[in-house]
Design a protein around this ligand. Sequence first.
Ligand code: ADE
Ligand code: ZN
Length: 319
Amino acid sequence: MPTMPTVELHLHLEGTLEPELILALAERNRVDLPYADPEDLRSRYEFTDLQSFLDLYNANLDVLRTGEDFHDLTAAYLARAATAGVRHAEVFLDLQSHTGRGLRPEEVLDGVTAALDTSRERGLTSGLIVTLMRHLPPEGAVEAVRQVLDSGAEVLGIGMCSTELVRHARDFAPAFGLARAHGLRLTSHAGEEGPPQHVADVLDILHVERVDHGVRAMEDPALVERLAADQVPLTVCPLSNVRLGVFPSLGEHPLRRMLDAGLLVTVNSDDPAYFGGYVDENFRQVTAALDLSADHLRTLARNAVEAAWVDDARRAELR
Ligand code: ADE
Ligand code: ZN
């Protein structure tokens, strides 16, 4: 029975920054932190909503100062992913959060891609998706896409994350249009804290191929019908949704209803260092809480392979 995932499609590299690594990087870079030890930091991981999480997540980025730091962060995630049985990972990077602190885009991108390349040689394939920040001015999003294109770094796609409650998707049409014109793949967070209309907006206005989260689409039956008919992949993150208060408990998570509605859903980890588990733990907990069947698990595994941005040869290997 396939109980474990092999493909991860919704993972923020910055969300894999474990407390131990935060403190080690702070020491290496001589950054003063207000935490006595990793447990002290971990004890603050009580979130009331997405913004309360983003505030701490963004504050912790201060320890990432050099290309080597980004390499080490990425390498640590890939080692953990391999132990979860992941064979292909498409990972998000909040480039603007780092260039906004004065880092050069090439330094950040080269650090990440060097670690991805090393892991690829060992059989764990990957793709890098640069996530545009919805809370920042849209002109900066265009600039970030230009930086990606100018860097020559191996970037697979462009996404968008951060709070959904500011700005309209249309504000980011120029950035997504530029990325699309240069052959980058497109995805966006939507329908996590925002209403179902946000899911329709990123599909219709930004022309994304996948939707990250998308769980609130379940509030709109016509949208569910559309997503099922078009088999739009939705990268769902159960532990994240509960930790950020999108749903009160895993038992009330709509994943099983989404599967039963014929949606192309996948299970992913989002920010595992903050939400209590990597993708294997997400699978374990959601399977138990929703009493998922062997059929459900087979469908989830197959969906992730079909939704991955890989060529036919790699897709055949992952099947
Ligand atoms: N950035 C990191 N995790 C996120 C999430 N769950 N939603 C939006 N932006 C994010
Ligand atoms: Zn996310």
